[in-house]
Structure formats: C-alpha cells, structure tokens
Design a protein around this ligand. Structure first.
Ligand code: NCD
Length: 306
C-alpha cells in the first residue's frame, strides 16, 4: 500500500505529474468534481492545524468525496492511552485514506505500517511535512516557472521547522539550486539534513545569522515561525522569537522578482504591511496546497485500486 511519509517517497517525475495534475484541476475543476464519490478521507490530527486539515478536507469535498475526522486528540482514545497503530487499524475500517498529523517524529511511518489504507503524513513532530512541500513546489513552479537554478533563502527556525526540512530535500534534487540558511545559532538546520541531503549531493549552501546581508542575492525567501511547542523552555523561545521580522524597509534591499514564502501560521516574522506587496506568495501557497492535496489523493487512491 503506497503512502506518503517523506517527500522523497515521490520521484521528481511524480512531483512533475502532481503539479501538472494540480494545474489541470485549477483549469478544469468540474472534470474532477466527482472522482472520489463514495470514498472517505479520515483526518487524524493530534496537533493543532488550520490550513493543513481544512485543505485536506476541502480537497476531498472538491473531489466529490466525504470526510470523517477526530474532533481533537484530547477527545479521542489517544487520551485513554491507545497506540497510533491501534488507532489507524481502527480508522482503516471506516476510511479509504488517512491524513495524519502527530507530535512524534516517525508516527506517520508507524501509521503507514499498520493501516490497511494509504496514509499521508500531514506533519510528524519536527521531522517533515511533505504535503506543505507539495504546496510550496506548485507555488515555486507558478511563480518562477522552474525548480532549478534558484537561490533559496530559508529563514527562522530551521531546526524544528519541519516544512524547511522537507523543502530542502525536495529542492536538493534539482540542478543549480543554492541554499542560504538564515537562523540564530541555536536554530540551525539539523546536521542530519546537512550531512545526508546537502553534503551527500554536493549542494552549495551558506549558513548565516544575517538576513539583510544576504537578501539581495535571493530568488526565494522562505520565512518560518519559531516553533514554540518544540522548545524545552519558554525563556529560549522568548529570546529567539522576534529575531527576524521582515518589514517593507528591509525589503528595499531585495530583488524585484523575489518570491516571499511562508508555510503559515505567521506570528511576527512578516509584517502585515508586506501582504500587499506583489512579491508576497504565502496566501497563494495556501490555495495551491488544496490543489496539490487533491492531486495526491487521486494518485494514492488510484494506486491503491480504489
Ligand atoms: C506548518 C507546520 O505545521 O509545520 N504549518 C502548516 O502546516 N502550514 C508550519 C508551522 O506550524 O509553523
């Protein structure tokens, strides 16, 4: 049974296929409006979410399918001590496909091994978030027209930010991509990502604490929030949370064709005054996320013979 746990579970050809399908869904929504009729998606979110859960649900409805979901982790049997394995075995009896978010790294893999239906990782702790990357990739394709030859700045909490880890893995497969990793010392990209992805593939990257110094070089600036829920103490969070705040003043140093991205939710790291700037892409990412999730659901369901 094919699941999506990690973005590298998809080949570059399959990513291309999904972006092409998502663009076709955007162009011809009616052609897809009944494709999942009679099918059910279950959303299991053991951590807070607005966009990811709702976009999965909207995606399934826009394909003519139905959705069942857990009201919250606290009101599910997880609160009684049920394991992820038992929960997904149960949910597989009701649903044709599962989208799951969990605070523990590796939980989605455990779910996929135990479910009788495809499982989509909607975020596992500070590890990865492949469907946000699909949203990011469609946005990059539509904004830049390519995945290759890009200077990509990633800024903020690069240690705990799972969207960053998945996006690096995805973009590292294309020619001529250079990463500029902008973070406080304490929140640098984990060494396993640098070693297993960047160094192994010989991808050029630079680490810095200075956003303004590198801003003029960037094609893409991907901002992230400091992940409060993954900190061991509140003091460190408070010290680091407002280290990078993108303002119109700072943006004067940036290129005219910069794309400003953010997986959202935003806390303080992008001034709302930037929302009206044509370079701001974060609400486009939200829209694109639903279409990529539609394409992904169709692909996994087709492969599962459903
Ligand atoms: C991200 C996440 O959950 O990792 N949110 C999202 O799904 N768009 C980013 C975040 O929470 O900071």
């Amino acid at each position: 049974m094919r699941s999506l746990i990690d973005i590298l579970d998809l080949s570059t050809a399959e990513i291309e296929e999904l972006t092409v399908m998502a663009e076709d869904i955007i162009a011809r929504p009616d052609a897809y409006a009944h494709r999942m009729a009679g099918k059910k998606l279950a959303t299991l979110f053991f951590e807070p979410s607005t966009r990811t859960r709702m976009s999965f649900e909207a995606a399934m409805y826009d394909l003519g399918g139905n959705v069942i979901s857990m009201a919250s982790a606290g009101s599910s049997s997880a609160a009684k001590g049920e394991s992820v394995a038992d929960t997904v075995k149960t949910v597989s009896c009701y649903a044709d496909i599962i989208a799951m978010r969990h605070p523990k790294e590796g939980a989605a893999l455990v779910a996929a091994k135990n479910a009788g239906v495809p499982v989509i990782n909607a975020g596992d702790g500070g590890h990865c978030h492949p469907t946000q990357t699909l949203a990011d990739l469609l946005t990059i394709k539509r904004e830049k027209g390519r995945f290759s030859n890009l200077v990509v700045g990633l800024c903020g909490d690069l240690k705990f930010g799972r969207t960053v880890h998945s996006l690096i893995q995805a973009l590292a497969r294309y020619e001529g991509v250079k990463f500029v990793l902008i973070s406080p010392e304490e929140l640098k990209v984990p060494s396993y990502v640098k070693r297993d992805v960047l160094a192994r593939r010989g991808i050029p990257y630079e680490q810095t604490t200075d956003l303004l110094g590198v801003l003029p070089d960037l094609d893409i600036l991907y901002m992230t929030r400091v992940q409060r829920e993954r900190f061991f103490n509140e003091e460190d969070y408070l010290r680091l949370k407002d280290r990078y705040i993108l303002t119109p003043e700072k943006l004067k140093a940036a290129r005219e064709d910069l794309s400003i991205m953010h997986p959202l939710p935003r806390v303080n790291e992008i001034s709302v005054a930037i929302d009206a700037d044509p370079r701001a892409c974060y609400f486009k990412q939200v829209k694109n996320g639903k279409f990529m999730r539609m394409a992904l659901i169709l692909k996994l369901m087709e492969e599962a013979g459903k």
